[in-house]
Design a protein around this ligand. Sequence first.
Ligand code: ADP
Length: 483
Amino acid sequence: MSLTEKILSRTACLVGGEWIVADSGETIDVDNPATGETIGSAPRCGRDETARAIDAAAASFADWRARTAIERADVILRWRDLVMDRQEELAELMTLEQGKPLPEARGEIAYGASYLRWFAEEARRVYGEIVPPPVPGRTLLVTRQPVGVVGIITPWNFPMAMIARKVGPALAVGCPSVIKPASQTPFSALALAELALQAGVPPGVINVVTGDARAIGGELTENPVVRKISFTGSTDVGKILLRQCAGTVKKVSMELGGNAPFIVFEDADVDRAVAGAVASKYRNSGQTCVCTNRFYVQEGVYEEFVEKFSKAVAELKVGNGMKEGVNQGPLIDGKAVAHVESQIEDALDKGGRLVVGGKRHELGGNFFEPTVIADATRDMSFAREETFGPLAPVFRFKEEAEAVAQANDTDYGLAAYFYTRSIGRAFRVSEALEYGLVGVNEGLLSSCEAPFGGMKESGLGREGSCHGIDDYVELKYVCLGLG
Ligand code: ADP
């Protein structure tokens, strides 16, 4: 039986190394967003199953943390190798449940695997410090210790990579975890967990609980045994989880929403900006937290940019992500389609100029036409709200300061992009943008080597890079009297 068949037919999640069903016997159907067909189902677990997963994680902690860093690193590397051996199968499973085009799904598997490799390498560099003492006769030691059981809650837009980016550092430093994947995309998580067991991750060190988000999230955030929550998802849900975590003062990592600006200055290479704009806006059909939400184009190149960009957007091929040549899959569900539609309606009511797209795609279902709206203004809803879909509004500006002010005029602060040939402007503007990630003449910038995370209401903490370990360790200071 192939891995995919095993995962789709099992209808079970992973607790303490056992594949279990929900206590109630209930399940949640998982639909293919391209066809609307049900591809399988996952257990509808709640608080009790989550509490048992937390207990199993806690029971595995002593052994896992006591292993040497190189032993843990070897297990993570074996996991990474199994993931890459199964890249094609995992990518197909992802496209089935999530809808993204197969080449993007393959890319996500490789991207997620890169974090596993990175954190396997970092495992051996979780160093401590010896600090010069303030008085004679003392030695001051600082060590880094694993925080303990980690609760991980992940979204549907990157069903595999968001898990790898969190479980990688947790495993590396010695923390067990309980993962709650999004209900729309549980199978990628379950396949990943199956491969983790095959790689030698001990029972209980990784648990996956699918089902009722509120009940599972409630238990993960309120159970005192869980010492840290790592969440990627919407700012609204992030705020709920932050409030719930306050009761037991958990550590938190939050990767939340974005409202990314993309500024094109008159001194930019416009063709390069167009290529970056398409990549940044339409990847995953606009459903990533770093996708451009607002384009700001300086008046001297405004019409040229709108024309070239619209031409490139009109060439995007919409369809089932399994089909060769498709680069725009469906949106995740009907709610997402309605949201994009409502932002377009609002913009057109307020004088926006529709240049490309603008409506549901003739394929029906969750497919939507890649859309460009020119003459965007600040009173339109996408100026403030995250779109999370294939809609590109293009605003016009005169001066650099005006563009920077508008770019920063949002509660979010995840990713920002700008295009210029001026080195002075490159430094000046990247410093002025209140964003955790800034792309200068680049529309795609995330990689395991660099810190990923947002300012303002886009989140707390950083993932990836040498800093990505910090959120999973506690500093311990030991004052050793030598008298
Ligand atoms: P998205 O808009 O990307 O679906 P959400 O923030 O709604 O983002 O969901 C991200 C993850 O958070 C999913 O796994 C979802 O099931 C989970 N989630 C949603 N609501 C809650 C909640 N109240 N408590 C815990 N988890 C939740």
